[in-house]
Design a protein around this ligand. Sequence first.
Ligand code: 2RA
Length: 352
Amino acid sequence: GLPSLAVVGATGAVGSVMCELLSSRKNVWGEIRLVASKRSAGRRLTVRGDELPVHELTPEAFDGIDVAMFDVPDDVSAEWAPIAVGRGAIAVDNSAAFRIDPDVPLVVPEINPEQVRNRPKGIIANPNCTTLTMIVALAPLHREYGLKELVLASYQAVSGAGQDGVDTLLDQLSRVSGDRTLGSRSGNVRRAVGDDLGPFPAPLALNVVPWAGSLREGGWSSEELKLRNESRKILGLPDLKVSATCVRVPVVTGHSVAVHAVFGIEVDAEGAREVLRHAPGVILVDDPAAGEFPMPIDAVGTDPSWVGRIRRSVDDPRALDFFVTGDNLRKGAALNTAQIAELLSKELRTAG
Ligand code: 2RA
Protein backbone atom coordinates (compact mmCIF):
# COMPACT_ATOMS: atom_id res chain seq x y z
CA GLY A 1 0.00 0.00 0.00
CA LEU A 2 0.92 3.67 -0.02
CA PRO A 3 3.04 5.07 2.86
CA SER A 4 1.28 6.70 5.82
CA LEU A 5 1.72 10.35 6.78
CA ALA A 6 1.33 12.29 10.04
CA VAL A 7 0.80 16.07 9.91
CA VAL A 8 1.93 17.51 13.24
CA GLY A 9 0.70 21.05 13.83
CA ALA A 10 -2.28 20.47 11.52
CA THR A 11 -4.38 23.27 13.02
CA GLY A 12 -1.80 26.09 12.67
CA ALA A 13 -1.43 28.65 9.85
CA VAL A 14 0.95 26.38 7.89
CA GLY A 15 -0.97 23.22 8.85
CA SER A 16 -4.16 24.57 7.26
CA VAL A 17 -2.34 25.23 3.98
CA MET A 18 -0.86 21.72 4.26
CA CYS A 19 -4.36 20.21 4.51
CA GLU A 20 -5.34 22.13 1.32
CA LEU A 21 -2.20 20.95 -0.50
CA LEU A 22 -2.73 17.32 0.52
CA SER A 23 -6.21 17.59 -0.98
CA SER A 24 -5.09 19.10 -4.29
CA ARG A 25 -1.73 17.46 -5.08
CA LYS A 26 -1.25 13.99 -6.56
CA ASN A 27 -2.26 11.51 -3.87
CA VAL A 28 0.80 9.52 -2.76
CA TRP A 29 -0.38 8.70 0.79
CA GLY A 30 -2.30 5.90 2.43
CA GLU A 31 -3.50 6.92 5.89
CA ILE A 32 -3.12 10.63 6.75
CA ARG A 33 -3.17 11.27 10.50
CA LEU A 34 -3.61 14.81 11.82
CA VAL A 35 -1.83 15.63 15.07
CA ALA A 36 -1.75 18.79 17.21
CA SER A 37 -1.30 19.99 20.77
CA LYS A 38 -3.79 18.90 23.42
CA ARG A 39 -5.56 22.26 23.02
CA SER A 40 -6.55 21.51 19.40
CA ALA A 41 -7.02 17.74 19.71
CA GLY A 42 -10.57 16.59 19.00
CA ARG A 43 -11.20 19.18 16.25
CA ARG A 44 -12.04 17.84 12.79
CA LEU A 45 -10.47 19.03 9.51
CA THR A 46 -11.19 18.09 5.92
CA VAL A 47 -8.38 16.45 3.95
CA ARG A 48 -8.88 14.77 0.55
CA GLY A 49 -12.64 15.20 1.05
CA ASP A 50 -12.66 13.27 4.36
CA GLU A 51 -13.32 14.77 7.76
CA LEU A 52 -10.44 13.66 9.95
CA PRO A 53 -10.12 13.92 13.73
CA VAL A 54 -7.11 15.78 15.16
CA HIS A 55 -5.13 13.49 17.48
CA GLU A 56 -3.23 14.69 20.51
CA LEU A 57 0.57 14.74 20.16
CA THR A 58 1.69 11.59 22.03
CA PRO A 59 4.37 8.98 21.20
CA GLU A 60 1.61 6.58 20.13
CA ALA A 61 0.41 9.09 17.51
CA PHE A 62 3.42 7.99 15.41
CA ASP A 63 2.75 4.25 15.55
CA GLY A 64 2.39 2.88 12.02
CA ILE A 65 3.46 6.21 10.48
CA ASP A 66 6.10 6.23 7.70
CA VAL A 67 6.59 10.00 7.30
CA ALA A 68 5.86 12.68 9.91
CA MET A 69 5.76 16.37 8.97
CA PHE A 70 6.22 18.94 11.73
CA ASP A 71 4.93 22.53 11.55
CA VAL A 72 5.33 23.44 15.22
CA PRO A 73 7.57 25.75 17.33
CA ASP A 74 11.30 24.96 17.57
CA ASP A 75 11.14 23.50 21.09
CA VAL A 76 8.24 21.18 20.18
CA SER A 77 10.13 19.88 17.11
CA ALA A 78 13.36 19.49 19.06
CA GLU A 79 11.54 17.22 21.51
CA TRP A 80 9.11 15.37 19.24
CA ALA A 81 10.85 14.80 15.89
CA PRO A 82 13.30 12.32 17.55
CA ILE A 83 10.34 10.60 19.23
CA ALA A 84 8.66 10.15 15.84
CA VAL A 85 11.94 8.73 14.46
CA GLY A 86 12.16 6.39 17.47
CA ARG A 87 8.71 5.09 16.53
CA GLY A 88 9.88 4.30 13.00
CA ALA A 89 8.93 7.44 11.04
CA ILE A 90 11.10 9.72 8.91
CA ALA A 91 10.63 13.30 10.16
CA VAL A 92 10.38 16.34 7.85
CA ASP A 93 10.72 19.35 10.11
CA ASN A 94 9.82 22.95 9.31
CA SER A 95 11.21 24.48 12.52
CA ALA A 96 14.69 25.93 13.03
CA ALA A 97 15.60 23.15 15.50
CA PHE A 98 17.63 21.01 13.07
CA ARG A 99 18.32 23.22 10.03
CA ILE A 100 21.98 23.87 10.78
CA ASP A 101 22.72 20.41 12.27
CA PRO A 102 25.43 18.86 10.01
CA ASP A 103 23.68 15.47 10.32
CA VAL A 104 20.39 16.85 9.01
CA PRO A 105 20.00 17.75 5.31
CA LEU A 106 18.34 21.08 4.48
CA VAL A 107 16.38 20.34 1.33
CA VAL A 108 14.78 22.34 -1.48
CA PRO A 109 13.57 19.77 -4.05
CA GLU A 110 14.30 22.07 -7.03
CA ILE A 111 17.90 22.53 -5.84
CA ASN A 112 19.29 19.58 -3.82
CA PRO A 113 16.77 16.70 -3.90
CA GLU A 114 19.58 14.12 -3.64
CA GLN A 115 20.24 15.31 -0.06
CA VAL A 116 16.99 13.67 1.06
CA ARG A 117 18.79 10.30 1.25
CA ASN A 118 21.58 11.67 3.41
CA ARG A 119 19.70 11.59 6.77
CA PRO A 120 21.65 9.82 9.53
CA LYS A 121 19.21 11.08 12.18
CA GLY A 122 16.10 10.19 10.21
CA ILE A 123 15.30 13.91 10.11
CA ILE A 124 15.16 16.23 7.08
CA ALA A 125 14.84 19.98 7.61
CA ASN A 126 12.79 22.46 5.62
CA PRO A 127 14.35 25.96 5.24
CA ASN A 128 12.94 29.17 6.68
CA CYS A 129 10.23 30.79 4.55
CA THR A 130 12.34 33.87 3.71
CA THR A 131 15.30 31.75 2.60
CA LEU A 132 13.05 29.53 0.48
CA THR A 133 11.38 32.38 -1.39
CA MET A 134 14.74 33.73 -2.45
CA ILE A 135 16.82 30.59 -2.94
CA VAL A 136 14.60 29.04 -5.62
CA ALA A 137 15.48 31.97 -7.90
CA LEU A 138 19.04 32.39 -6.70
CA ALA A 139 20.27 28.79 -7.11
CA PRO A 140 19.95 28.66 -10.93
CA LEU A 141 21.79 32.00 -11.19
CA HIS A 142 24.51 30.60 -8.92
CA ARG A 143 24.87 27.56 -11.21
CA GLU A 144 25.25 29.85 -14.21
CA TYR A 145 27.52 32.55 -12.79
CA GLY A 146 29.03 31.30 -9.47
CA LEU A 147 27.75 33.23 -6.45
CA LYS A 148 30.26 35.12 -4.27
CA GLU A 149 28.27 37.51 -2.08
CA LEU A 150 24.72 38.50 -1.14
CA VAL A 151 23.26 41.71 0.24
CA LEU A 152 19.57 41.21 1.12
CA ALA A 153 16.62 43.18 2.46
CA SER A 154 13.40 41.31 3.24
CA TYR A 155 9.79 42.53 3.25
CA GLN A 156 8.04 39.89 5.36
CA ALA A 157 4.33 39.27 5.73
CA VAL A 158 2.65 38.98 9.13
CA SER A 159 1.48 35.39 8.53
CA GLY A 160 5.15 34.41 8.94
CA ALA A 161 4.44 34.94 12.62
CA GLY A 162 1.40 32.64 12.47
CA GLN A 163 -2.34 33.23 12.78
CA ASP A 164 -1.69 35.57 15.72
CA GLY A 165 0.33 37.80 13.39
CA VAL A 166 -2.51 37.93 10.84
CA ASP A 167 -5.15 38.70 13.49
CA THR A 168 -2.92 41.43 14.95
CA LEU A 169 -2.46 43.26 11.63
CA LEU A 170 -6.14 43.02 10.64
CA ASP A 171 -7.28 44.28 14.07
CA GLN A 172 -4.82 47.16 13.88
CA LEU A 173 -5.95 48.09 10.36
CA SER A 174 -9.57 48.25 11.46
CA ARG A 175 -8.54 50.52 14.35
CA VAL A 176 -6.64 52.98 12.12
CA SER A 177 -9.02 53.05 9.15
CA GLY A 178 -11.13 56.18 8.93
CA ASP A 179 -8.76 58.51 10.78
CA ARG A 180 -7.25 60.59 8.00
CA THR A 181 -4.78 62.34 10.31
CA LEU A 182 -2.90 59.12 11.08
CA GLY A 183 0.68 58.94 9.93
CA SER A 184 1.04 62.72 9.86
CA ARG A 185 2.67 64.60 12.72
CA SER A 186 -0.66 65.16 14.42
CA GLY A 187 -1.97 61.59 14.13
CA ASN A 188 -0.19 59.15 16.40
CA VAL A 189 -0.37 55.61 15.02
CA ARG A 190 0.89 54.06 18.27
CA ARG A 191 -1.99 55.64 20.19
CA ALA A 192 -4.59 54.55 17.60
CA VAL A 193 -3.28 50.98 17.52
CA GLY A 194 -3.20 50.63 21.31
CA ASP A 195 -1.18 48.24 23.44
CA ASP A 196 -1.90 44.96 21.68
CA LEU A 197 1.11 44.49 19.41
CA GLY A 198 0.61 40.71 19.11
CA PRO A 199 3.85 38.93 18.20
CA PHE A 200 5.53 42.14 16.95
CA PRO A 201 7.68 44.72 18.76
CA ALA A 202 5.85 47.71 17.20
CA PRO A 203 2.61 48.49 15.30
CA LEU A 204 2.46 47.02 11.78
CA ALA A 205 -0.49 49.08 10.51
CA LEU A 206 0.76 52.08 8.45
CA ASN A 207 4.31 51.11 9.38
CA VAL A 208 7.31 48.91 8.57
CA VAL A 209 9.27 47.26 11.38
CA PRO A 210 12.95 46.41 10.80
CA TRP A 211 12.82 43.33 13.00
CA ALA A 212 11.91 39.63 12.69
CA GLY A 213 12.89 36.90 15.12
CA SER A 214 14.99 37.22 18.27
CA LEU A 215 18.12 39.18 19.20
CA ARG A 216 21.48 37.57 18.48
CA GLU A 217 25.09 38.58 19.02
CA GLY A 218 26.26 41.74 17.29
CA GLY A 219 22.74 43.14 16.97
CA TRP A 220 21.67 40.68 14.24
CA SER A 221 18.20 39.16 14.35
CA SER A 222 17.78 35.38 14.25
CA GLU A 223 15.94 35.74 10.94
CA GLU A 224 18.90 37.60 9.38
CA LEU A 225 21.32 34.90 10.50
CA LYS A 226 18.98 32.19 9.19
CA LEU A 227 19.13 33.78 5.73
CA ARG A 228 22.92 33.67 5.90
CA ASN A 229 23.40 30.20 7.39
CA GLU A 230 20.69 28.42 5.42
CA SER A 231 21.73 29.95 2.07
CA ARG A 232 25.30 28.76 2.70
CA LYS A 233 24.14 25.23 3.53
CA ILE A 234 21.61 24.79 0.68
CA LEU A 235 24.01 26.11 -1.96
CA GLY A 236 27.00 24.25 -0.49
CA LEU A 237 28.95 27.52 -0.13
CA PRO A 238 30.26 27.56 3.47
CA ASP A 239 32.19 30.81 2.93
CA LEU A 240 29.47 32.79 1.13
CA LYS A 241 29.36 36.41 2.34
CA VAL A 242 25.81 37.35 3.32
CA SER A 243 24.45 40.55 4.88
CA ALA A 244 20.69 40.68 5.44
CA THR A 245 18.24 43.17 6.94
CA CYS A 246 14.86 41.59 7.76
CA VAL A 247 11.81 43.85 7.82
CA ARG A 248 8.16 43.12 8.67
CA VAL A 249 5.62 44.90 6.45
CA PRO A 250 1.82 45.24 6.59
CA VAL A 251 1.18 42.37 4.16
CA VAL A 252 -0.90 39.33 5.20
CA THR A 253 0.84 36.67 3.12
CA GLY A 254 3.81 36.84 0.72
CA HIS A 255 7.42 37.37 1.74
CA SER A 256 9.63 39.44 -0.60
CA VAL A 257 13.39 39.92 -0.77
CA ALA A 258 15.42 42.60 -2.56
CA VAL A 259 18.61 40.82 -3.62
CA HIS A 260 22.03 42.20 -4.57
CA ALA A 261 24.03 39.19 -5.73
CA VAL A 262 27.70 39.37 -6.69
CA PHE A 263 29.01 36.58 -8.93
CA GLY A 264 32.41 35.30 -10.04
CA ILE A 265 31.97 36.31 -13.67
CA GLU A 266 30.28 39.09 -15.62
CA VAL A 267 26.52 38.84 -15.83
CA ASP A 268 23.88 40.36 -18.06
CA ALA A 269 20.25 40.96 -17.22
CA GLU A 270 18.83 39.28 -20.33
CA GLY A 271 21.01 36.21 -19.72
CA ALA A 272 19.73 36.04 -16.16
CA ARG A 273 16.13 36.34 -17.37
CA GLU A 274 16.74 33.47 -19.78
CA VAL A 275 18.11 31.30 -16.94
CA LEU A 276 15.08 32.13 -14.78
CA ARG A 277 12.58 31.48 -17.59
CA HIS A 278 13.69 27.85 -17.56
CA ALA A 279 14.22 27.43 -13.81
CA PRO A 280 11.85 25.06 -11.95
CA GLY A 281 9.64 26.68 -9.32
CA VAL A 282 10.22 30.19 -10.71
CA ILE A 283 7.96 32.56 -12.62
CA LEU A 284 9.53 35.56 -14.33
CA VAL A 285 7.46 38.76 -14.00
CA ASP A 286 9.69 41.52 -15.27
CA ASP A 287 8.05 44.18 -17.38
CA PRO A 288 8.18 47.48 -15.48
CA ALA A 289 6.99 49.44 -18.52
CA ALA A 290 3.74 47.44 -18.37
CA GLY A 291 3.53 47.70 -14.57
CA GLU A 292 4.42 44.03 -14.12
CA PHE A 293 6.43 43.28 -11.00
CA PRO A 294 6.57 40.39 -8.56
CA MET A 295 4.24 41.32 -5.67
CA PRO A 296 2.69 39.49 -2.71
CA ILE A 297 -0.91 40.30 -3.75
CA ASP A 298 -0.34 38.27 -6.93
CA ALA A 299 1.98 35.57 -5.56
CA VAL A 300 -0.28 34.57 -2.63
CA GLY A 301 -1.91 31.18 -3.18
CA THR A 302 0.52 30.23 -5.96
CA ASP A 303 3.39 27.73 -5.92
CA PRO A 304 6.39 29.49 -7.56
CA SER A 305 8.77 32.24 -6.50
CA TRP A 306 7.94 35.33 -8.56
CA VAL A 307 11.05 37.18 -9.72
CA GLY A 308 11.54 40.48 -11.55
CA ARG A 309 13.20 43.91 -11.52
CA ILE A 310 16.30 42.17 -12.85
CA ARG A 311 19.11 44.67 -13.44
CA ARG A 312 22.86 44.44 -13.83
CA SER A 313 24.53 46.65 -11.25
CA VAL A 314 25.56 50.00 -12.74
CA ASP A 315 28.86 49.89 -10.85
CA ASP A 316 29.78 46.19 -10.91
CA PRO A 317 29.42 44.07 -14.08
CA ARG A 318 29.50 40.92 -11.92
CA ALA A 319 26.46 41.90 -9.82
CA LEU A 320 22.72 41.52 -10.33
CA ASP A 321 19.91 43.23 -8.46
CA PHE A 322 16.44 41.71 -8.42
CA PHE A 323 13.22 41.37 -6.40
CA VAL A 324 11.59 38.08 -5.51
CA THR A 325 8.23 37.33 -3.87
CA GLY A 326 6.65 34.05 -2.78
CA ASP A 327 3.80 32.70 -0.67
CA ASN A 328 5.49 32.18 2.71
CA LEU A 329 2.89 29.63 3.84
CA ARG A 330 3.03 27.67 0.59
CA LYS A 331 6.50 27.33 -1.03
CA GLY A 332 7.88 29.02 2.08
CA ALA A 333 6.58 26.23 4.29
CA ALA A 334 3.82 23.73 3.49
CA LEU A 335 4.58 23.17 -0.21
CA ASN A 336 8.31 22.59 0.25
CA THR A 337 7.59 20.20 3.14
CA ALA A 338 5.02 18.36 0.99
CA GLN A 339 7.52 18.12 -1.89
CA ILE A 340 10.18 16.65 0.42
CA ALA A 341 7.64 14.17 1.83
CA GLU A 342 6.65 13.20 -1.74
CA LEU A 343 10.30 12.34 -2.49
CA LEU A 344 10.20 10.10 0.59
CA SER A 345 6.90 8.53 -0.47
CA LYS A 346 8.48 7.65 -3.81
CA GLU A 347 11.57 6.21 -2.13
CA LEU A 348 9.44 4.08 0.23
CA ARG A 349 7.21 2.84 -2.58
CA THR A 350 10.24 1.93 -4.70
CA ALA A 351 11.91 0.18 -1.74
CA GLY A 352 8.70 -1.54 -0.64
C1 2RA B 1 8.70 34.81 9.93
N1 2RA B 1 10.32 33.38 8.90
O1 2RA B 1 8.38 35.25 8.83
C2 2RA B 1 9.53 33.61 10.05
C3 2RA B 1 8.62 32.48 10.40
N2 2RA B 1 8.99 31.23 9.95
O2 2RA B 1 8.34 35.30 10.99
